[in-house]
Design a protein around this ligand. Sequence first.
Ligand code: FAD
Ligand code: EPU
Length: 331
Amino acid sequence: MISLRKYNTFNIDSHCEQFIQIHDKAELAEIIKSIDQPFYILGGGSNVLLSDPISKPIIKNELKGIELIGEDDDHVIVRVASGENWHEFVQYCIAKEWGGLENLSLIPGTLGAAPVQNIGAYGVEIKDSVLSVEGYDCLNQEFKSYNNADCHFGYRTSIFKYKLKDKFFISALVLQLDKKHKLKTDYGSIHDELQKMRIDSPNISDVSEAVINIRKSKLPDPNKIGNAGSFFKNCTIPRSQFDEVKKRFPNMPFYQMDEGEIKIPSGWLIEQAGWKGRRQGDAACHEKQALVLVNFGQATAKDILSLAGEIKKDVYLMFGIELEYEVNVWV
Ligand code: FAD
Ligand code: EPU
């Protein structure tokens, strides 16, 4: 059995029988034709919770390469292989003065997983930069490309997260980045952080640094404490339900969305339900960010799911709101 502890940021001591690394597109097509389906596709392991053992084969993405494929006065177009590291690529873009991804600094994982849940932070989502997503259609055994509209991007979702889950191996992203930068500094505490850094006219590198500082102040470092970022999604509820809950909890924070829906920060709900900072064995709800569940060392997927279940139950009893997992649970 192969230990997967170093391949998942939750630091779960899971095992599997078959672990195959893919280094180029020819190898990808060959392997997928030859192995038993279904299988799991693994990037950096920063958005998965692994049971033990994992019964399906695991294909680990090691596709690498960055290619400039287009350029005009305003934009560059780059094709990036899906096994590249996300944060390193963001820093590469900043060094080249290509804007658009700086607010997404310090998100762990690979390029290939970024469109799966349409990664987002500080007012930006990967969908804002994606021209197309290329990959291997594992059922029809052919390479294929999805343009932005076909990806059905939404808040923490895309066609790859549900309909094509483990059926389409993303091999590369084609991204459009800006040579004339449009900074987004009005979200959350970026503005305050830039002031703290004494920067009046920020550039993309300053915005990246501000985002990194904010993230380091509240999110646990997976190299020190196992975690997969937000375990739950923020919740979106209809206006009628919101009006009813808001009457009982007038201080509840919220954001108005399109189509009359309201987004409620699940971190607030969990904190109000009394779970922030609570620990059950080695599984815990993080003391600085209630959306993040952590593994203090020997927690198993069962321990994390048992904690998540209790949190869900209490939030439902208190608010009548159903929390949804963001993390992908593998069995
Ligand atoms: P993995 O965990 O390996 O895989 C995630 C899912 O994508 C799995 O279902 C997997 O099968 C699928 N997948 C992976 N690669 C491919 C591929 N090539 N083709 C098809 N499917 C694939 N996320 C945010 O959106 N915003 C944040 O601010 C954020 N902050 C985080 C902070 C921390 C400390 C941590 C640990 C995580 C955070 N995350 C955040 C979650 C995570 O980093 C992202 O979801 C990231 O994109 C996952 O990348 P990965 O390569 O580790 O994916
Ligand atoms: N809040 C609390 N208590 C908490 C945490 C949050 O009350 O313990 C409330 C506060 O009202 C706060 C608000 O929630 O103002 C928002 O908190 P924060 O800015 O920390 O962001 P979040 O909504 O909890 C989301 C993403 C993060 C992303 C940040 C920044 C989701 C599920 N999570 O968290 O993404 O980095 O915004 O944009 O949407 C991830 O997906 O893994 C992730 C870390």
